[in-house]
Design a protein around this ligand. Structure first.
Ligand code: MN
Length: 409
């Protein structure tokens, strides 16, 4: 017997802006985002699923560009023509899912949009028109929903498979900025309602929030920034009542982001550094579809050279070209200068090094040193601010010595 089968997608963020400095990379990512969404529709058609579920943040803002709207409706029409119903509950990025300026979105036949916090129950019909499952969905009515929407879901009651569709932060979720706890709820809200599956959205990292009942975040459909690493896509779910749901990940993102750290202390020349990076990056696997960030770490005499933007870009582009990477970004923030601090501890330089040591140990105060405002980037509390300022001292001795110390003739 086959059960209720559907695609579960979330956080497509169509129209998302990309921060890369390279226009080519921004274009690649924008195209990849749409290809990833199209890939999800392809899977739904190939697998002849019964439904296509979208758990919020479908578009980046409630006023999508005309181009994004046209693309989206074109893809949803493909589902409509195949008689695959779409259920879409709005998230914090796309509350109301309509243009506030009065533009109406002509959703194709078979698309149900949940725009209200009050959950609604919809019947999913099978190929011959008989009910095969129930989807209960709710949506975000505005950008910062503080209410617990999950708690409002009614208990599942019928004999058919029941799925809850919601964009929400489940308590205890890792990797979620506390400022982004929209529609917060607890595991207890999800348990005890009798749903076979909670189709969640909001957290961009794919994971199961709960196993029983199954509650999954499919994650974003593309690495939207450099922290969203790894394969991205959708979940293909099958529910047979009385059995745990079968949940299968399908990659749809044509490019992935990866990040690695390379200790470069052995590389004494730029050529040696090139060879080392080449070797380490090649070991990664398929480079053509990878946008890679490499954090360079360790003590290196090359630090001053690598901090010249032009030279760094030349190295990045050269290596990316040789290896065939989609993009390479080298981060030098963790590199340390190679300086013998004992030898340079004289005169004003010694005083500066002593000050760094005193600040780090807490025997000197930041107050006379720190600008009053710190451009609004430091945390507000005094203790937290000092912790933040202390973190900026990493590598400070070497940096100060490099800038102040000149070898005599
Ligand atoms: Mn999102």
């Amino acid at each position: 017997m086959t059960g209720f089968r559907f695609v579960h997608l979330a956080d497509a963020h169509l129209d998302a802006p990309f921060a890369s400095g390279s226009p080519d990379v921004r274009k690649l990512l924008a195209e990849s985002l749409r290809r990833s969404f199209q890939g999800a529709v392809d899977i739904a058609l190939d697998e002849r699923v019964h439904a296509f579920l979208i758990a919020g943040d479908l578009v980046e803002s409630p006023e999508p560009s005309l181009s994004a709207e046209h693309f989206l409706l074109g893809q949803l029409r493909r589902l409509s023509e195949a008689s695959i119903p779409v259920f879409y509950g709005t998230g914090n990025h796309d509350p109301l899912a309509v243009r506030t300026g009065g533009r109406r979105i002509d959703w194709p036949k078979g698309v149900t949009v949940y725009t209200r916090g009050e959950p609604l129950r919809s019947e999913v019909l099978g190929p011959s028109g008989e009910p095969i499952a129930q989807v209960t969905g709710a949506g975000h009515e505005r950008a910062e929903v503080g209410e617990n929407l999950a708690a409002r879901f009614p208990a599942a009651a019928g004999p058919l498979p029941e799925v809850a569709l919601l964009h929400a932060s489940v308590e205890g979720t890792k990797d979620l900025d506390p400022r982004e706890r929209y529609a917060p709820c607890s595991a207890r809200d999800l348990r005890g309602k009798g749903y076979d599956y909670w189709a969640l959205g909001h957290v961009h990292k794919r994971h199961a929030a709960l196993d029983d009942p199954a509650a999954h975040y499919p994650g974003s459909i593309l690495g939207l920034d450099r922290t969203e690493i790894g394969e991205k896509g959708v979940l293909l779910v099958e529910i047979v009542r009385g059995e745990p749901p079968r949940v299968e990940f399908r990659r749809t993102a044509p490019v992935v982001r990866e990040e690695m750290e390379v200790d470069v202390r052995e590389a004494a020349s730029v050529e040696a550094l090139r060879r080392l990076l080449h070797e380490r990056i090649l070991a990664l696997g398929d480079p053509r579809s990878t946008l890679l960030t490499v954090r360079l770490a360790g003590t290196s005499p090359l630090k001053p050279d690598l901090e010249r933007k032009e030279d760094l870009r030349e190295l990045e582009e050269g290596l990316a070209g040789e290896i065939g990477l989609a993009h390479l970004s080298l981060r030098t923030q963790d590199l340390r200068c190679a300086v013998d601090l004992g030898r340079v501890r004289v005169g004003p330089l010694a005083a500066a090094l002593d000050l760094v040591a005193a600040l780090r140990e807490g025997t000197a105060s930041f107050d006379p040193v720190a600008p009053a405002e710190l451009a609004g980037i430091a945390p507000a509390g005094a203790a937290e601010r000092d912790r933040y300022l202390r973190s900026l001292l990493d590598g400070a001795e070497e940096e100060i010595a490099r800038r102040m110390w000149k070898e005599g003739p």
